[in-house]
Design a protein. Structure first.
Length: 408
C-alpha cells in the first residue's frame, strides 16, 4: 500500500487538469452567452459614455473645490433629491406650505427611486444620498447601453456608439450624474423601445410598468406602445388578415395591457390616500405642473426682453427642425412616437421653464440625426474631437448650473 501513494499523488494533478478542461469546454447557458455577447458589443458605447460623463464629473469637482463646495452635496443632496430621500426615510406624507399659501406635497414624486434608495441604504453602508447616486450612475450605464442597442439596431454599431456618447454630452447631461430619476426612466424607456423593435412585447410592457413607477412622463412611453400596437392592428385589418388577429397578436396585446399598470397604480394610490379620484393631478397642479397646452411657455417667452425672446424662439424653431429631421429619417413608429410625446409633454406643461430641457433629456431619438451626421466625418479622430469639445462644453455648463442657486 505505501508504494501506491506516490502513484496516486502523481496522477492527481493530471486528473485536476482534465477536470479543469472539462469545465472550460462545458457550454455556457444560452442566456449568459447572449448577455456576454451583447455586453461585449456595447463595450465601446459604454466606454465612450463613461468617458464623457467622467469629464463632467472632473470639471464639476474642480469647480466645486474652487468655490469651497462639496460636489457630493451638489449632486446628491439638493432639490428633488432631498424629496426622494425624505420619502425613502419616512414614507409619504410630507408637505410644505409656501409663503403664498401654496402647498407642495411629496405625493408628486413617484415611488421607485426612493424604494431603491431605502433598500440599498439598509443593505449597505451607504447613506440615502449615496444610494441615490449609486442608482443614478448604474442606471445611466444601463440607459447608455439601451440607447446604444436602439441606435445599433437601426443604423449600425458605430451609430449606436455615437448616439450613447451624444446622450452623455446633452446640455443638461449633468442631471445624469445627480440622484434624480432621469437615468432610471431613460434606461427603462430605451430598453422598452428596443424590446418593441425586436418584437418582445411582454418585456416591453414589463419595462413600461417600471417606467410608470419612476416618472409621470412614462405616459409618453405608454402612448408610443399603444400607438404602435393600434397601427399594427389597423394595417392587418386593412390587409384582410382578420382571422385570428387576436391570437396572432396575443403577446403584443398582453404587453399593451401591462404597460400602463405602474403609472396607474401610483395614480390610484394617491387617489385612495387623498380620497379624490383626481388627487394626483391636483397635487401636480399645486406644484405648478398642470397641462395648459403651452400657455405658460408662451407667456414666459413674451415676458422676456426682446433679445431673450428671440433667442428662445430660435431655440424652439431649432427643436422643431430636429424633430422634422427625425421624421425625415423615417425612424420606426415606436421610437418616433415616444420622442415626439416626450417633447410635447415637456412643452405643454405649466411648470418651471428651466426644467424643460431636463424633461426632454429622455427623448434620446432626437440625437439620432446628429449621430448619423457625425458618422459622415472622414475620420474617427474628427468624430472623437467633436465629441470631446461637446463634452467639455456640457461639463462647463453643468458645473455653472450646479454651482448656481436654482434647480435644473
Amino acid at each position: 500500500m505505501p508504494d501506491d501513494e506516490p502513484a496516486a499523488q502523481a496522477t492527481a494533478p493530471a486528473q485536476q487538469l482534465v477536470q479543469q478542461r472539462s469545465r472550460r469546454t462545458q457550454p455556457r447557458s444560452p442566456v449568459r452567452g447572449r448577455l456576454a455577447t451583447a455586453l461585449a458589443a456595447a463595450a465601446p458605447a459604454l466606454g465612450a459614455y463613461a468617458a464623457v460623463r467622467l469629464i463632467g464629473l472632473v470639471v464639476l469637482a474642480a469647480a466645486a473645490s474652487n468655490a469651497d463646495k462639496s460636489a457630493f452635496h451638489l449632486l446628491g443632496e439638493r432639490w428633488d433629491s432631498v424629496w426622494y430621500q425624505r420619502i425613502a426615510e419616512n414614507g409619504y406624507g410630507y408637505t410644505v406650505t409656501l409663503p403664498n399659501g401654496g402647498v407642495h406635497s411629496d405625493l408628486a414624486f413617484f415611488p421607485l427611486l426612493p424604494a431603491l434608495e431605502r433598500g440599498i441604504a439598509e443593505l449597505t453602508p451607504l447613506s440615502l444620498a449615496g444610494a441615490g447616486l449609486l442608482v443614478a450612475w448604474v442606471a445611466a450605464l444601463f440607459a447608455a447601453w439601451g440607447i446604444y442597442a436602439v441606435g445599433a439596431h437601426l443604423y449600425g454599431r458605430r451609430a449606436g456608439v455615437v448616439l450613447a456618447a451624444l446622450w452623455g454630452v446633452y446640455p443638461t447631461a449633468f442631471v445624469q450624474s445627480m440622484a434624480y430619476t432621469e437615468t432610471l426612466f431613460t434606461a427603462f424607456a430605451a430598453w422598452a423601445l428596443y424590446a418593441v423593435l425586436t418584437r418582445r412585447w411582454i418585456a416591453a410592457g414589463a419595462l413600461c410598468v417600471l417606467a410608470g413607477l419612476t416618472r409621470p412622463s412614462a405616459a409618453a412611453l405608454i402612448a408610443a406602445l399603444a400607438i404602435t400596437a393600434a397601427v399594427t392592428l389597423v394595417r392587418e385589418y386593412r390587409a384582410g388578415r382578420t382571422d385570428g388577429i387576436v391570437r396572432r397578436n396575443a403577446r403584443m396585446l398582453t404587453g399593451i395591457a401591462l404597460a400602463p399598470l405602474g403609472w396607474l397604480a401610483y395614480v390610484v394610490f394617491v387617489a385612495v390616500r387623498e380620497g379624490s379620484p383626481f388627487a394626483y393631478f391636483d397635487v401636480q397642479a399645486q406644484w405648478g405642473n398642470s397641462i395648459d397646452g403651452g400657455v405658460a411657455l408662451a407667456s414666459f417667452i413674451l415676458g422676456l426682453p426682446l433679445p431673450g425672446a428671440l433667442g428662445l424662439g430660435a431655440a424652439l424653431v431649432g427643436l422643431g427642425w430636429v424633430v422634422s429631421l427625425c421624421v425625415r429619417q423615417r425612424q420606426p413608429l415606436p421610437v418616433l412616437a415616444y420622442c415626439i410625446a416626450v417633447v410635447v409633454i415637456a412643452l405643454i406643461g405649466s411648470g418651471y421653464f428651466g426644467s424643460r430641457p431636463r424633461l426632454m433629456m429622455p427623448a434620446f431619438p432626437l440625437l439620432l440625426p446628429p449621430a448619423v451626421a457625425l458618422l459622415r466625418l472622414r475620420t474617427t479622430a474628427r468624430t472623437v474631437t467633436v465629441l470631446a469639445v461637446l463634452a467639455l462644453a456640457s461639463a462647463a455648463y453643468g458645473a455653472w448650473t450646479l454651482l448656481g442657486s436654482g434647480p435644473p
